[in-house]
Design a protein around this ligand. Structure first.
Ligand code: GUN
Length: 288
């Protein structure tokens, strides 16, 4: 079995080029430029890198980027006021509040204060409910990117058994809803699942989103399965260095899986591209 490494970087570049074309057409036809507002509270270094990348890629596809950095000690009330201001700004079509937020702020309250129509992350309870009930809404970016790569690989997903490891609101649950919509048989596994390796062995599609470095072993994978690795874990090395690894022991899957997303360069680049896709979709929906 030869194992294809799914090139998420190239896939994301293609998607961004396509979004750029649609943005240009929207400007020409409607005189509207999609705008994405990103709010960062505090100065978490990893979050600063994410936010900078988001802003850069937003501008590269021809959208407007609005960035707001608020101090670590910003009150929840002040953050909610900022969200409300962005909800009412007609130049802003997508809003993202970077997570994690400082401990004194309730993330759920802030997410649910974002207008569902501008919820570029797809985290609002209304969008989660729409996805769960099969209605159109904004879908979380990481599972959306995973779905795009799976559809590109398989075409039709119907009847495939997907085992999703991880039950988060950001990846596991929306991924399950999206795959169910594609007529997959879906199993959500998690930390309390009995005999996880035997469960994974039955999967045509494995989505690993647990945040545990190289937890999924090659011996767990059914021959010919497709493995989507959502994990991004920094593994310390000797000499103070570190390397990024996923939730899957990728090298062990070579020769067993038919395709696998590498870390880095697999799912990661698709997440921001899907954020831009969501902002575009929110802008188009606002025109109706
Ligand atoms: N922090 C890390 N990834 C994300 C993301 O996709 N959205 C938000 N809002 N915060 C994040």
């Amino acid at each position: 079995m030869t194992t294809k490494l799914i090139d998420g970087k190239a896939f994301a570049e293609k998607l961004r080029a396509d979004i750029a074309q649609r943005v240009a057409k929207l400007k020409a036809d409607n005189g509207v430029t999609p705008g994405l507002a990103v709010v960062l509270v505090g100065n978490n270094p990893a979050s600063e890198v994410y936010v900078r990348n988001k802003a850069k890629q937003t501008k590269e596809v021809g959208m407007n980027s609005y960035e707001f950095t608020l101090p670590e000690n910003t009150s929840e009330a002040d953050l909610l006021a900022k969200v409300n201001e962005l909800n009412n700004d007609k130049n802003v079509h997508g809003i993202l509040v970077q997570l994690p937020l400082p401990k004194h702020i309730n993330e759920e309250s802030v997410i649910n204060a974002i207008s569902p129509a501008k919820d570029a992350d797809g985290f609002h309870v209304i969008n989660a409910g729409k996805l769960a009930t099969g209605q159109d809404g904004l879908v979380p970016c990481t599972p959306l990117g995973c779905l795009m790569m799976l559809k590109d690989h398989f075409g039709d997903l119907s009847g495939k058994h997907a085992v999703i490891i991880g039950r988060s609101n950001i990846v596991g649950k929306p991924m399950a809803a999206l795959l169910l919509k594609e007529s997959c048989t879906v199993t959500i596994a998690h930390s309390k699942t009995v005999d996880l390796s035997a469960m994974v062995k039955t999967a045509d599609i494995v989505v690993a989103a647990v945040g545990k470095p190289e937890m999924v072993k090659g011996s767990w994978i059914k021959s010919g399965a497709v493995v989507i690795d959502v994990g991004i874990n920094r593994l310390p090395l000797e000499g103070g260095k570190s390397k990024l690894v996923g939730d899957v022991a990728t090298s062990e899957c070579i020769g067993i899986a038919s395709a696998i997303t590498p870390v880095p360069g697999g799912v990661g680049p698709m997440t921001i591209a899907c954020l831009l896709e969501n902002t575009y979709r929110a802008c188009v929906a606002a025109l109706k």
